[in-house]
Write a protein that binds this ligand. Sequence first.
Ligand SMILES: [Zn+2]
Length: 303
Amino acid sequence: MTYSKAAPVVNPPKSKNLPLSLAVSFIIILFLLIFQDNATVIPILGFHGVINNKNSVTQLEQGRMHYPQKNLERFLEYLLINDYWFITSQDLYEILSNQNHTNSDLFVKKKPIMISFDDGYRTVYTNLLPVLKKLEKKYGKKVKVVLFINPGALSKKSSVNSTNLSCQELRDGLQQGFYDIQSHGLNHKDLTRLSNKNLIEELLESQNELRKCTHDLDPQQKVASHFAYPYGAYNQRVQKYVSKYYLSGYLYNNKILNRSFLKNQYEIPRLTVNRQESVQDLIEKFDTTFNEKSMKFLDKKLN
Ligand SMILES: [Zn+2]
């Protein structure tokens, strides 16, 4: 009797292994899920102007940097439908400063993305702001964009002929909650070629000018707290001075931000965008599962 009762005990080691391996797989899957949720990779796109066929021939011919309004709208709509989180420079700063607090509310189940526009082209007001307002009405969500501005090039008055933004236009977009206004140096100079004195002037004056333009709308001085190197040009000396006046520094190097590999907050990579790139090209820069089938689905959804 005792033997027959004891006999089944021979098998348990096998059945004990199964739950163990299941547990290990579960932990690995959980780890991967948490890792993904914590937004290790954060795409930051770098645009310039926004064109449509109402723009003058000169504006249309200006470089390859200006992106077609229709495509941009479609791209932003894709991000809205897919529940992306449009982060500001301050949001990113906080995400990067909280590297060790991975369970913070900042990260859980969110897909952060940053949309930035350099050089202060007026089309960011005339052709982009109306799109942002339209999308807010349609989806009840605000698309926030980061503008890296050279205040030395701001147009003095809002004029139809000017190709540059004015202070009033910046204020308007800020007041409506669409613009995050940051610095791109006073006069868009290659900082690596300047003397220390001129370098400091480019950094400090641009901050002063932008804050002067927005002071009553920005009591916490979030404006001009972050910096994008003109031409993406930087070296250790430039970085050292930028870190005296700004909380973070952005490059323009067509690389994607991976939090695990970021050396410091003054070398934040951005993906470059040019006019030739389709909406699908933009999406594929960061969403590797996107393909032609998804594009057809997107077209159906948007029409
Ligand atoms: Zn620039």
